[in-house]
Design a protein around this ligand. Structure first.
Ligand code: KIV
Ligand code: ZN
Length: 502
């Protein structure tokens, strides 16, 4: 059995996709969780791309030990210098140098000839090697590159010091059979390949990222690149949870295994969804709500007799414990904390105080507090000092009246009150908030309400995403009252805008 290295790029390829931006604290929390999950390499960002990326890589390099921490770099001296600098406190640093090798990218994006690309690879992989012992080289758009040129480039990268060579399917174009063939071709035609690890990095434009990744691994690749929940450019990257469970369940036929602690998968997935403000589609493999539920009578009957009739993996394998009793208003702080720890959360004292307060308020309104409610409470990731908090609000709305909201916010102990009308109660409330805060220019481009558990008294979670110049911010609000949840989500998002604008 061959061990497969899991290269996680949630914080680089995942984070760079629209609506998935994370702040430094969120990246650090995610990196700590990835370490618990047991990934081999964390690609923490692209140091030269922004100060935010640089700082996050440096913070992860400093605080997350026992795992390789990697930064992406173009074939540029300044990129490689930035990567080396950001990684200087890493226990195991890796610089990941890349350049495109397909005709279409070389001609229309890079405006470089094949010879120029080849010479850049030699020069910059060698330069990265002079700064870091562990260098990975990626041939962007490899699956649409001329195979012989690809092998020439990979041979040059290995000769210059790369110890991992990556074959990205950058645009999600290849098929499983073609991917396996390409890995075999690279193995047969690349000089020095016996001294390097072949990696596969697949995008999901045709829904084939996981299949293509597993196919590359079966053909001899030793590293797979993926993101938690499959977040990433366009249709995303290969989903870590699917690749890893694919290997766990069918590794026997592929002759491969990973060192991932699969019981951390559910927790990792929830953490990333909490940060990006999204939810798994119900039928998402491995982590979707329906992944382990059985509706058809015939299936239920089979599962009651023996789970293996319709389940190829167990919920416990990914860290779901379904036998928990709901908590309620008489549950104490100890029981609350114990359950959070069982669910995989390790809140510090300050977080626990905050979560317990939310729990108590919720328990006054809702009889049973389920694990899903607890996860929602503990997936709160806004750690900045809140500039404004909601004190109180009153809305008046109806199908024959003008929606109006009076709102009072508090900042540094001072109360601010204003009133606005809008197209609906939420719009009126947001306009009233804007009148008080006068936030930096932004566009509200996503607003979603999600019911955390069933029942008419369900906890509602509202996520608001604001587009701002150079990125986006997300705010979450939780309440059994959806207008209140909407207001809290918007205030949280605006607080983050204020943070990012100093
Ligand atoms: O998809 C891609 O080609 C990439 C490379 C930078 C590895 O993300
Ligand atoms: Zn990619």
């Amino acid at each position: 059995m061959r061990k497969i290295k899991i290269f996680d790029t949630t914080l680089r390829d995942g984070e760079q996709s629209p609506g998935c931006s994370m702040n430094l604290q969120e990246k650090l929390d995610a990196a700590k969780q990835l370490k618990k999950l047991g990934v081999d390499i964390i690609e923490a960002g692209f140091a030269a791309s922004s100060k935010g990326d640089f700082d996050a890589i440096a913070a992860i390099a400093k605080n997350v030990k026992g795992v390789t921490v990697c930064s992406l770099a173009r074939c540029l001296k300044s990129d490689i210098d930035a990567a080396a600098e950001a990684l200087k406190e890493a226990e195991h640093p890796r610089i990941h140098v890349f350049i495109a090798t397909s005709e279409i990218h070389m001609e229309h994006k890079l405006h470089l000839s094949k010879e120029q690309v080849l010479s850049a690879v030699k020069e910059y992989v060698a330069y990265a090697k002079s700064k870091c012992a562990d260098v990975q080289f990626s041939a962007e758009d490899a699956t649409r590159s001329d195979k012989d040129f690809l092998c020439e480039v990979l041979s040059a990268a290995i000769a210059a010091g790369a110890t991992t060579v990556n074959i990205p399917d950058t645009v999600g174009y290849t098929t499983p059979a073609e991917m396996a063939e390409l890995v075999l071709y690279v193995k047969a035609h690349t000089k020095g390949i016996e001294n390097a690890v072949i990696a596969a990095h697949c995008h999901n434009d045709l829904g084939l990222a996981v299949a293509n990744s597993l196919s590359a691994l079966s053909a001899g690749a030793g590293q797979v690149e993926c993101t938690v929940n499959g977040i990433g450019e366009r249709a995303g990257n290969a989903a870590l949870e699917e690749v890893v469970m694919g290997i766990k369940v069918r590794g026997d036929v592929m002759g491969i295994y990973t060192d991932i602690d699969t019981t951390q998968i559910y927790r990792s997935s929830r953490l990333i969804y909490g940060i990006t403000g999204d939810h798994a589609p119900k039928n998402k493999p491995v982590v979707g709500d329906n992944a382990f539920s059985h509706e058809a009578g015939i299936h239920q009957h089979g599962v009651l007799n023996d789970r293996r009739t319709y389940e190829i993996m167990k919920p416990e394998d990914i860290g779901i414990n379904r036998d928990n009793m709901a908590l309620g208003k008489h549950s104490g702080r100890h029981a609350f904390e114990k359950r959070l720890v069982e669910l995989g959360y390790n809140p510090d004292k300050e977080q626990l105080d905050r979560y317990f307060e939310v729990f108590k308020e919720l328990a006054d309104k809702k009889k049973d507090i389920t694990d899903k409610d607890l996860e929602a409470i503990a997936s709160e990731h806004i750690r900045e000092t809140p500039h404004y908090t909601l004190d109180r609000f009153a809305v008046q709305a109806g199908n024959r009246s003008t929606p109006t909201c009076v709102i009072r916010l508090i900042k540094d102990g001072v109360k601010f009150e204003d009133v606005a009308i809008g197209d609906g109660p939420v719009d009126a409330a947001y306009k009233a908030v804007d009148k008080i805060i006068c936030p930096p220019p932004h566009e509200l481009y996503d607003y979603a309400i999600h019911s955390i558990s069933g029942g008419k008294d369900a906890l509602g979670e509202v996520t608001v995403k604001l587009k701002v110049e150079g990125g986006s911010v997300t705010g979450r609000g939780l309440s059994t009252d959806i207008i209140e949840a909407s207001i809290i989500a918007y205030i949280n998002a605006v607080n983050r805008l204020l943070d990012e604008n100093g």
